[in-house]
Write a protein that binds this ligand. Structure first.
Ligand code: F6R
Length: 608
């Protein structure tokens, strides 16, 4: 997501900020900007696109000064543009703010501030913070920031500076990370350690709800209620490469571990207190929602698997017939549209050529298109009629992990939303799914504890030639995703089968020691899956079964059993995905593969 850098000291701030932002480029961004106090006033330069664009603008027109903040923006509220890039200022130019995260109540605050006479220059949620600082400023920036923070709802990291107090930066951490770098007669603040390592290895890691008051000579930390906090200095021993990965060996592992947060972020603001799915980004009339008579879901790869889960939940909750197809086939198939066909495209990057072509085809044929994407301002997001953003944050490893689980969350929300406004076909299942979604971040966090078990299993089978994944119903879809993950990074040949389909041919491939990963989370299909496990056991396969904690039968059926924290079977694909990602990851590591950049694959497939 966004990157923040702040500096106060004796060096020229511009160089420190640009260097720091460069080190945060790995987080993904679409625009960049810096603000520097030149002794008289705060000057700001912001530019859409790569950091190099900003550097070119500064060439020969640099911003002199020893106090500044910089930012790389990953668009959330408002498309990527010069105006929406940070830092953002108030009406007077005396205060500027850089922000990472989301201010959930920004619309109400913005309206109040506009009514009070404030003039806004961007579409961002961040700008309300600058105007709030302006309106609440009482001569002390720290005190003012406490007052501002009390008005904000959401997850954010903020760094604020003021021309009124040019010896000071104030930083707040609420859910989004911030670290303070400790120098000699100079101090720094950044969203991540790599931005600081050129200057210092001594840092304070701000904890949830902490505020740092930073001058060149000292850093004082407080809780948001003003209580002082004494911090321990952490000395960073990692190199820059490891620091970018947050201490994880690979981006993929980091992204697997980011899933509880990514899922929570994708749910933020979308579950109401009276247990409804809220998607204000869909500008639908009741008539439109009620009129939909069929849904086409179109996507590629992992996003297609998310779509397969989406079909089952949408059909169950809305009783609308749903087709799901890979985009490369859909675009050339001449699909049948009614006057009320809704097309749902799913794409992490929002740039996949086939998905984009399918979207264009559907729109040309008069269908309304809803996009589920992780990238605000991507082609898919720009061209769709409605967009549901997954707040996974940038996904850097080629193999999709957190984007997939957040796509599932978006689809569960969408299915509940549509069912609720149409008059639910199955209110009990909606309640079950919504309750399960609330607990999902916790369940995903718990299932990460399976890592040692998956590592041990992966080490046993990493050199096998092939593996089979079996399951029924939603477990079959989860099996497809598990097999894809294993193939793409470990290069082990892996196939997923609907468990009941094995005996129609594939069972011939099952022989002694062949690994079979069996998924058994669908209670109504449990006994049938157990029978299929017995079929492969009878051919001496080596079976790892994934089932819920408390299952007393499976241990006597499979060779190994991995127990998962129980969630509603409807949500099982989001939980099962995690150990299967870990399995693929550890198998790839064991084989010495380039986990983050597997051979022959690209992160964004912009060609047919
Ligand atoms: C697999 C993977 C790919 C993508 C597919 C679609 O781990 O990442 O299968 O899911 O290329 O990409 P997006 O979602 O960007 O359209």
């Amino acid at each position: 997501m966004c990157g923040i850098v702040g500096y106060i000291g004796e060096r020229q701030a511009q160089q420190v900020l640009l260097h720091g932002l460069e080190k945060l480029e790995y987080r993904g961004y679409d625009s960049a900007g810096i603000a520097v106090f030149d002794g008289q006033a705060i000057r700001v330069k912001k530019k859409l696109g790569r950091l190099a664009n900003l550097e070119n603008t500064l060439n020969g027109h640099g911003l002199p000064g020893v106090l500044g903040i910089g930012h790389t923006r990953w668009a959330t509220h408002g498309r990527p543009s010069d105006a929406n890039a940070h830092p953002h200022g108030d009406c007077t130019g005396r205060f500027v703010v850089a922000h990472n995260g989301i201010i959930e109540n920004y619309l109400r605050l913005r309206q109040e501030l506009i009514q009070a006479g404030h003039q806004f220059r961007s579409e961002t949620d961040t700008e309300v913070v600058a105007h709030l600082v302006e309106s609440l400023y009482d001569g002390d920036l720290l005190r003012t920031v406490f007052k501002v923070a009390a008005k904000l709802r959401g997850a954010y990291a903020l760094v604020v500076m003021s021309a009124e107090e040019p010896g000071r930066l104030v930083a707040v951490r609420k859910h989004s990370p911030l670290v303070v770098g400790l120098g000699d007669e100079e101090n720094f603040v950044a969203s991540d350690i790599p931005a600081l390592l050129n200057y210092t290895r001594n840092v304070y890691v701000l904890e949830e709800g902490e505020v740092a008051d930073i001058t060149a000579k000292a850093v004082h930390c407080y809780r948001l209620d003003g209580t002082p906090v004494s911090k321990e200095v952490l000395t960073v021993t990692w190199d820059v490469d490891a620091a970018e990965k947050g201490g994880y060996e690979h981006f993929m592992l980091k992204e697997i571990y980011e899933q509880p947060k990514a899922v929570a972020d994708t749910l933020t603001g979308r579950l109401s207190d009276d247990n409804r799915a809220v998607l204000p980004e869909l500008h639908w009339t009741l008539g439109m929602a009620r009129g939909i008579d069929r849904i086409h879901i179109v996507a590629c790869g992992t996003a297609y698997h998310a779509g397969m889960v989406g079909r089952q939940i949408l059909e169950r909750l809305t009783r609308i017939p749903v087709e799901v197809e890979v985009a490369s086939e859909y675009r050339y198939r001449d699909p049948i549209y009614t006057d009320h066909t809704l097309v749902l495209v799913i794409s992490q990057s929002g740039e996949t050529a086939d998905t984009l072509a399918a979207l264009r085809e559907a729109r040309a044929r008069g269908a309304r298109v809803v996009a589920v994407t992780n990238v605000v301002g991507s082609s898919v997001a720009r061209e769709a009629d409605d967009v549901i953003i997954t707040w996974a944050g940038p996904e850097i490893a080629v193999a999709s992990t957190k984007a997939y689980t957040t796509q599932l969350v978006a689809l569960y929300l969408f299915a509940c939303y549509l069912a609720q406004i149409r008059g639910a076909a199955d209110p009990a299942t909606i309640e079950e799914v919504l309750a399960g979604l609330r607990d999902l971040p916790d369940a995903v966090s718990k299932v990460l504890d399976t890592a040692p078990a998956m590592k041990a299993f992966a080490q046993q089978f990493a050199w096998k030639e092939s593996a089979f994944f079996i399951g029924r119903g939603l477990d079959y879809v989860a099996a497809l995703e598990g097999a894809l993950k294993l193939k793409e990074i470990s290069y082990i040949h892996a196939e997923a089968y609907a468990a009941g389909e094995l005996k129609h041919g594939t069972l011939a491939l099952i022989a002694e020691g062949v690994p079979v990963i069996a998924l058994a989370t669908q209670d109504h299909l449990y006994e049938k899956t157990v029978s299929n496990i017995k079929e492969v056991k009878a051919r001496d396969a080596h079976v790892l079964a994934l089932t819920w904690t408390g299952d007393e039968e499976m241990a006597s059926v499979a060779d190994e059993v991995l127990y998962l924290p129980r969630v509603s079977p409807w949500l099982a694909p989001a939980v099962v995905a995690v150990p299967l990602q870990l399995l693929a990851y550890f198998a790839a590591v064991e084989r010495g593969n380039d986990v983050d950049k597997p051979r022959n694959l690209a992160k964004s497939v912009t060609v047919e």
